[in-house]
Design a protein around this ligand. Structure first.
Ligand code: SF4
Length: 433
């Protein structure tokens, strides 16, 4: 495989990549899309694309205030944005290396592809959620897979680096090996598998059920040989939001829950993401909100009902877990550390950089009602595992959990992932290697 332009490392550092949403306008209708309602509703405030002027202002803030050095540009579908070339060029010029997260359908037109290359796109994260008829059915457009494969040919011909994203839908599981072989034969640098994690419009959706959602035991049986294959051929593989115990021990280095995501260079900086995810930064109309200080992201972005639930859950968990008065100091410290660190953050004192990200990870799991099984109490890695998304638990329960018993408690989120070889592009050698 061609490894020109990148190296691999086991060193883990916090990422510096931003994300932005131009507007929820798309040419596909993926069943599992986080923003499906906004995409289908032309009158939704986040539906139309924003102006180039606003998009540029967001990018400038990401570079100047948050010191991000890369950006994932999303739409909806960003190749539909008529000023995408100017925006890509602008990002390059100011020092934000631009990636498009794309279904690539429009790139079946070779000239669009070469224009994007000329504008300075760094790479593409292509959503390969299935193959052939299954893909067409998942994305709701006949002939879409054929166009995507044509686009892949064009992207290779233009020499644009690319990675794959693949949502683990029930009907996609039998295609995972073929998708991985496609990644290998076409030269994808990374393959990300994304398990059931319904955010935004999909959270608590009645469209998701055991009929179209894959349970984790099935996911494990299909993913295991696929992860072995990708390891053998040297392609970085990441699996997001899977309970650690639902992967073989040798594959846990590839599992990224919320606490691990900040150490993936291709994931998003929680601080700037907390700002770009706010509605004013995702709507065509209205002014941008002021940037958020990294010391207070968890406080400033947690809406009041979520904050209340977070506090109530923590107290209930404490009562359930430690009914007596002799709770181990270490465990007690764990449960109150969020509160202590939050106060410290407010005062701006004594918190390591990583802790801002870790606490923000806990807020994010709380927003999605992540929960644990009774078996998790015996698990050595509970502190670094998100457990089960609340929506998954409401469909399948949490019986899939299998406590990992190592004889000691693990508190370091990088415990497993520090054994993974990850891609670092040459522009990042000076700070990431
Ligand atoms: S905490 Fe629970 S879900 Fe996570 S690995 Fe342990 S047993 Fe599995």
């Amino acid at each position: 495989m061609n490894t020109a332009g990148y190296k691999k490392t086991q060193k883990r550092v916090l990422n510096r990549r931003a994300v932005m949403w131009l507007g929820q306008t798309c040419n596909l209708r993926c069943q599992f899309c986080y923003f499906l309602e906004r995409i289908e509703s032309a009158s939704h405030k986040e539906h139309p694309f924003m102006t180039l002027e606003k998009a540029k202002a967001i990018c400038s803030c990401l570079f100047d205030f948050y010191h991000n050095n890369a950006i994932d540009i999303q739409g909806g579908e960003p190749t539909l944005y008529k000023e995408i070339l100017e925006l890509t060029q602008h990002c390059r010029t100011i020092g934000l290396l631009p990636t498009l997260i794309t279904n690539a359908i429009l790139l079946s037109n070779r000239s669009r592809c070469s224009d994007l290359k000329a504008a300075g796109v760094r790479d593409l994260l292509i959503s390969v959620h299935g193959l052939g008829d299954n893909y067409d059915s998942l994305v709701g457009v006949k002939g879409a897979s054929k166009k995507q494969m044509k686009a892949l040919e064009n992207i290779i011909a233009e020499g644009i680096p690319f990675r794959f994203n693949c949502v683990l839908s029930k009907t996609t599981l039998p295609e995972l090996m073929a998708i991985s072989e496609l990644a290998h034969s076409t030269g994808a640098r990374v393959v990300n598998f994304i398990t059931f994690n319904p955010f935004e419009d999909q959270h608590n959706s009645d469209k998701l059920s055991a009929g179209n959602v894959a349970n984790y035991t099935d996911v494990k049986s299909y993913l295991t040989p696929v992860m072995d294959f990708l390891e053998d051929v040297g392609i970085e593989c990441n699996v997001r939001y899977l309970p650690m115990c639902l992967a073989e021990e040798r594959h846990r280095k590839n599992i990224y829950n919320f606490q691990q995501n900040p150490y993936d260079l291709h994931e998003w900086d929680y601080v700037s993401w907390s700002w770009t995810a706010l509605k004013p930064q995702r709507m065509r109309d209205g002014e941008l909100t002021k940037p958020i200080d990294r010391r207070t992201i968890s406080l400033e972005t947690m809406q009041f009902p979520v904050a209340l639930k977070f506090a109530t859950d923590a107290i209930q968990k404490l009562i359930r877990t430690y009914p007596g008065t002799r709770a181990p100091i270490e465990a007690l410290y764990r449960d109150v550390s969020f509160v202590v660190n939050t106060v410290k953050q407010k005062l701006g004192k004594g918190v390591r950089e990583e802790n801002f990200y870790r606490e923000n990870a806990l807020v994010r799991t709380s927003q999605c009602d992540y929960c644990y099984s009774d078996k998790c109490k015996r698990c050595s890695v509970q502190e670094i595992c998100d457990g089960f998304h609340g929506d998954y638990a409401s469909i399948f329960g949490t019986d899939d959990a299998r406590a990992i018993e190592l004889g000691l408690k693990i508190y370091d989120p990088a415990y497993y992932i520090s054994k993974q070889e990850k891609v670092v592009e040459e522009e990042d050698y000076d700070w990431a290697l």
